[in-house]
Ligand binder design. Sequence first.
Ligand SMILES: NC(=O)c1ccc[n+]([C@@H]2O[C@H](COP(=O)([O-])OP(=O)(O)OC[C@H]3O[C@@H](n4cnc5c(N)ncnc54)[C@H](O)[C@@H]3O)[C@@H](O)[C@H]2O)c1
Ligand SMILES: [Zn+2]
Length: 463
Amino acid sequence: MSAGRDQVIHLLKLLQRASCKCPAHSHTYSQAPAAGKTTDYAFEMAVSNIRYGENVTKEVGMDLQNLGMKNVCVMTDKNLAQLPPVRAVLNSLIRNKINFSVYDNVRVEPTDKSFMDAIEFARKGKFDAYVAVGGGSVMDTCKAANLYASSPESDLLDFVNAPIGKGKPVTVPLNPLIAVPTTSGTGSETTGIAIFDYEELNAKTGIASRAIKPTLGLIDPLHTLHMPERVIANSGFDVLCHSLESYTALPYHMRSPCPTNPIERPTYQGSNPISDVWAKHALRIVAKYLKRAVKNPDDREARFSMHLASSFAGIGFGNAGVHLCHGMSYPISGLVKTYRAKDYNVEHPIVPHGLSVVLTSPAVFSFTASMCPERHLEAAEILGADIRTAKIKDAGLVLADTLRKFLFDLNVDDGLSAVGYTTADIPALVKGTLPQERVTKLSPRSHSEDELSCLFEASMKLY
Ligand SMILES: NC(=O)c1ccc[n+]([C@@H]2O[C@H](COP(=O)([O-])OP(=O)(O)OC[C@H]3O[C@@H](n4cnc5c(N)ncnc54)[C@H](O)[C@@H]3O)[C@@H](O)[C@H]2O)c1
Ligand SMILES: [Zn+2]
């Protein structure tokens, strides 16, 4: 780690102190409800069915037959269409005499346009079931296709999160969707979330509804053996941030407003005792296996463990939510200039999702630690820090330091500057973060635009 380290630490210290609204960094959460608003008193765990096992993909045809499905849409991306996971799905459908059509035009890191293309295909095909074989890009696109084909009169923005979309609740029944994840990252097979880049705003947004959760996730760890080094690393960072953010999110009973009808209770509700269990367990697996999974593609124990960790974290954050790393990542991905991620077989520039969330993680957790320092220290310990002599007031710095070492060991680009951003881009990055209230409101610490600017600035260089 270079001389830049001192400057990073200086910035992180400033951030930790910056207009902290809690006297002497008290150990309580700060996002108090606005005057007159009441906070929620309940949380709900929505969990999809998952089946785990080596070669379990071969059962997908039987599942569709058991469901009585006659006309199935298989969704994937062009790269995966050439690889064994898709072949395994198609073989199972053929063996079980299921009639299917393949849509392989999913965009890696989908946009509103690519969602619409898939939706048109689904609307025309009048399918009675869907199989999504791929990473988050494929699973999310397939969820949207199923939703809008089931609600043919709806416009894309109808179900998109407010304030960007109308955030209408989903009331139509959807068709069965079986998700076969091929990355170890998003946990999308367990969540009611579908994310896309809204090109007009140059920022990601999405649909969040328990109704779009897949009917079944078929988790076949053999698929992870095909993942290139940076795909396993970046998708693993997504698991890392899902765990850390959901564990440190504002607790559900401090979120406001309290819904007057359960259908209004958001998918992302804040940290809660059940999500905590999944988040911490996923973090332990990341700590033990991510480096091994990245460094040795033949390490089946590590790759298979990371595949499960992604679902574990998905179950946790799918109900608790994520906060600032994710909220800030959406413009980092959306405003990409020319950065081309290594190992991603795509024609357009991308900052892959997992990379876009992890680059701000040292700054973010340094900033949020004062609200729940015990949780930040506990996370640092799980990730390998020796916290025996650490002071509670240094929780943020300890976790930030641990994260920077972890990222350095995994050859992560040196901050936002390494993926093409300069300080001149900070106003646009802040502007793209502001509409991400669905997640940023779950930050345990409230934040001003200036503080967001500082967080981006402190993330320009990591080492
Ligand atoms: N729905 C959710 O809950 C949720 C959560 C986090 C992220 N996301 C979204 O998911 C997307 C990112 O998904 P991702 O990280 O899973 O990656 P991805 O789906 O974008 O895929 C990345 C690349 O890896 C390739 N790939 C995937 N599996 C492979 C395998 N087994 N072998 C070889 N190559 C393989 C793909 O072809 C693609 O080129 C983003 O759009 C992000 O916003 C969604
Ligand atoms: Zn994510």
